[in-house]
Design a protein around this ligand. Structure first.
Ligand SMILES: [Zn+2]
Length: 128
């Protein structure tokens, strides 16, 4: 039944896979780890540092079965946390990104931190 989880998460995975050629054409790298594709370095690092709307940028980011990272060490360090997000993507499928953004917006509307108080992040921090 694992293939069903991959299929259900595939719209989000495809979005992440768009970063593979971006990484490879800019000096970044791609590797397979534990059934996921890790993409790191090159323009992916610039994207995480400067485009992701977090103070100081992001160290890693999960999009389905693709995990973007600043570098290998960052991916090794954040793997347990990002694997929780991979399972969330398998559970939520194409609804993951809208649900994640809505949860962050809901936290913000309540005067909370849209990242730290996002239930998806709280689960990942609790389990990792
Ligand atoms: Zn997270």
């Amino acid at each position: 039944m694992r293939w069903l989880a991959y299929l259900w998460a595939s719209p989000t995975t495809l979005l992440g896979a768009l970063m593979i050629p971006v990484a490879l054409l800019s000096g970044g790298r791609v590797r397979a780890v534990l059934g996921i594709i890790e993409v790191y370095g090159g323009a992916v690092a610039l994207f995480l540092r400067h485009v992701v709307p977090l103070r100081g940028g992001a160290t890693a980011m999960t999009l389905g079965h693709v995990v973007l990272g600043l570098n290998r060490e960052a991916l090794d360090r954040t793997r347990a946390h990002e694997l929780v997000h991979v399972r969330q993507c398998e559970r939520w499928g194409p609804l993951f990104i809208p649900a994640y953004l809505l949860a962050g917006a809901w936290a913000l509307l309540r005067g909370r931190d849209p990242y730290r108080d996002n239930p998806f992040e709280r689960e990942a921090f609790a389990k990792a």
